[in-house]
Write a protein that binds this ligand. Structure first.
Ligand SMILES: [Zn+2]
Length: 417
């Protein structure tokens, strides 16, 4: 009998762990003494959205580094599993997910392509080539929601510069927690998300109910400033206008419509939103309001603005030296007075000339032109004392030019019209 009881206890425990999504973000922030989000700051940031130094709705690409902490081989998940997670993030944040067709008709007009994508880092913080995947044995059987996983000294792995990389730690979390995230603006060496290893990706070692990679989609949503859709209290708010008020979180997968006592209308809860607590297979959308909230962090002076200038996914730029902070920050006008180059004309219509001054030699050096996402749009060796550069194949916008192997290390802003 005792055996049967303990069997049942184990079964219930396993069942309860498996059945319910547990996001540790709120308890983590409470523990850290951080007000869940500084709402005023986020609202201000949303207003700044229109003062961005980038193009409206341009593609934002976020370089990712995976830190895999394993205590046994099943926790050391495969590259295929990691790639499957990256694919889900890209699909969900572009609304390319095949289950987007499951969004109820009533909510389809609110469902947004956030125009955010993720790439695996190809350059490490020392400027060396990397796969963007770190695997590390840990003698810890599990990690609590206490950030030990983020420090090598505590059995985890130190964060990479959180101004250029989204750090994703994958480990065995204790207490049935599937994941947790920092909120924008927290301490740089803690910045990122932590995900349970078997609630990660869609292939390999994944458990049912959480086998579609939505735990990471949800936690990255927190990392980008989103709150739970029910506002973490009865009929609370997530400060997003187009997510309907709902009484509480939803589990498993309700059928539409699921009306609760604070639903604004008969459409009820948006339980298929990535920021609810439903099963992976039940979630399929972010709203336009959530999209604006997330993208506002990339506005000028926004907390995540530096990601627009991170080029660490371009392996051709691995140069074996530290990556300067704010890599693609244009050199200011005062400093340009002492520069060794003249760019004329700028703005550029079709061609510009690169003319050295002060006896500076450019022949044999390489110039690189980046777009605002840090992607290289043009790279070539200079063969003439005064080089004429063709910009006809490049779309209108703001670009940055840098001369490699150069000691003045300036980043010239180019405008293509
Ligand atoms: Zn959450």
């Amino acid at each position: 009998m005792k055996k049967i009881v303990s069997f049942f206890y184990c079964f219930l425990l396993m069942y309860s762990i498996n059945a319910q999504r547990v996001c540790g973000s709120l308890s983590y922030l409470n523990k850290m003494g951080v007000p869940q989000y500084n709402q005023q700051e986020l609202i201000n940031a949303s207003q700044n959205l229109f003062a961005r130094d980038t193009f409206s709705n341009e593609l934002i690409t976020i370089p990712v580094v995976f830190h895999i902490l394993y205590n046994n081989s099943s926790q050391n998940i495969s590259n295929a599993q990691l790639q499957s997670q990256l694919k889900v993030l890209n699909e969900d944040y572009r609304r390319w997910n095949s289950d987007s067709s499951n969004t109820p008709h009533a909510f389809k007009p609110m469902a947004a392509d956030c125009n955010i994508m993720f790439c695996l880092a190809q350059i490490n913080p020392s400027g060396m080539p990397t796969t963007g995947i770190i695997r590390k044995y840990t003698n810890r059987a599990s990690f609590a929601v206490d950030d030990a996983v983020k420090y090598s000294a505590a059995g985890g792995d130190d964060a990479w510069d959180s101004k250029k990389y989204l750090n994703i730690w994958v480990c065995n979390l204790s207490g049935g927690v599937l994941g947790y995230s920092t909120t924008p603006g927290m301490q740089a060496d803690k910045d990122g998300v932590v995900i349970q290893y078997d609630a990660f990706g869609t292939v390999g070692n994944v458990r049912a109910q959480f086998n579609k990679g939505r735990t990471a989609t949800h936690e990255v949503g927190h990392w980008l400033g989103l709150l739970h859709i029910w506002g973490d209290q009865k009929c609370g708010t997530d400060y997003v206008a187009d997510t309907p008020s709902q009484s509480d979180y939803n589990s498993n997968c309700p059928s539409f419509p699921h009306v609760s006592d604070c639903s604004p209308n008969s459409n009820g809860d948006m339980f298929m939103n990535f920021m609810d607590y439903t099963n992976d297979a039940c979630m399929n959308m972010f709203t336009y309001g959530q999209k604006n909230r997330m993208r506002s962090l990339f506005a000028t002076n926004g907390i995540r603005n530096t990601f627009l200038k991170s080029y660490v996914c371009d392996s051709s730029l691995a140069m074996g030296a530290s990556i300067p902070s704010d890599t693609l920050k244009a050199t200011n006008n005062t400093e340009l007075l002492n520069s060794n180059l003249t760019i004329y004309p700028n703005p550029v219509q079709s061609f510009f000339e690169l003319a050295p001054k002060n006896g500076y030699e450019i022949i044999g050096k390489t110039i690189v032109i980046y777009n605002l996402s840090g992607k290289v749009v043009l790279k070539r060796a200079i063969t003439n004392a005064t080089e004429k550069i063709n910009m006809l194949g490049v779309g209108p916008g703001i670009y940055f030019l840098k001369v490699l192997e150069s000691d003045d290390n300036k980043m010239y802003k180019l405008v293509k019209i």
